[in-house]
Design a binder for this molecule. Sequence first.
Ligand SMILES: *Cc1c(COP(=O)(O)O)cnc(C)c1O
Length: 397
Amino acid sequence: MYKDFQNYLRKELDAIYEAGLAKEERIIVSPQGAVIKLDNGKELLNFCANNYLGLSNHPRLKQAATKAFETHGYGMSSVRFICGTTDLHKKLEKKIAEFFGTEDTILYAACFDANGGLFEPLLTEEDALISDALNHASIIDGVRLCKAQRFIYSNGDMNELEEQLKKTQNLRFRVIATDGVFSMDGNVAPVNKIVELANKYNAMVMVDESHSAGVVGETGRGVTELYNCRGQVEMLTGTLGKAFGGAIGGFTTGKKEIIEMLRQRSRPYLFSNSLPPMVVAAGIEMFNMMSETNALQDKLHNNVKYFMDQIQKVGFDVKPTQSAIVAVMLYDAKVASEMAKKLSDEGIYVTGFSYPVVPKGQARIRVQLSAAHEFEHIDKCVKSFEKVGKEMGVLKK
Ligand SMILES: *Cc1c(COP(=O)(O)O)cnc(C)c1O
């Protein structure tokens, strides 16, 4: 039975490899951090993790996890509503709501699940979902799983959004869905303008804070802090897998009744296992740290600014950023992939992106800054960019 299918898969897979689109895994044998060690013994300076606050290997989080391991055990062996809810889960949900200034929170195994299970329980074919064209795959899947009518506007294009809002006035409810930070350019969604349009056209707003939580806004409270609209967005989703410790876990936080309905009807919540207590306990400790000090956010913001200044000084183009993501523009796909490889030989781990992940002629190397980086790490990174850039003749001036 398998033979025909095997041949089919082999052909499809070979096509992926031949097109140079294959994703490979590097084997890391150290904890996640500014410096990582590979299984070939090589050490790399890491500029491609979502470890924005440098918490992935933080002693306080490890300590909290170890403690919960002793007090609450290893796994929950249950979904939340049967016997998978501990005091820790309730406490973390409350901490998340406090952090974002929202009314209530529901935890999921991942933000992919939070987005996948968000719209379907809330909206029907009488309603409209209006989605940014560059939204994350999990938002797109969540929209697909919901029966609401779908409308799309170009990335951050407020004129197009307004058109879609006008067009959907005869429908019952309208929800505008957007990423907080778009991961290819590092740009922020204009949430202030989105909220303004939502108010004008009687719509609700959903923002996915996965890349922005912990990073964007003076104290890292995300795009609603940046645009001064805390509490004005009906639904926020986010991950514990990026700035917030980097392990696993997702959440939806927002209006009380929305969260209440998700606890009744959201499928990834009802039919998937509860987060392990040690991950939840580390999450609680992480939010304790966030409320004590802004030092990590300040360090991260300084690092982004420092890298932006230095990399432009040596002659590279960058996209303007409002996050910890910096797109170093090379435009040509081959140049970007060759440069990423050469940088890796220099001990700098960064990723090249080209079509179809970004538009044609917009190939780039994406650099992700972290509070785990020291200026000396950034200096080494910029020097390597300069060296390889010179060799390849791609520097300006
Ligand atoms: C990373 C990311 C997710 C997925 O988060 P997980 O918790 O890893 O599933 C969802 N949305 C956005 C915008 C992301 O960047």
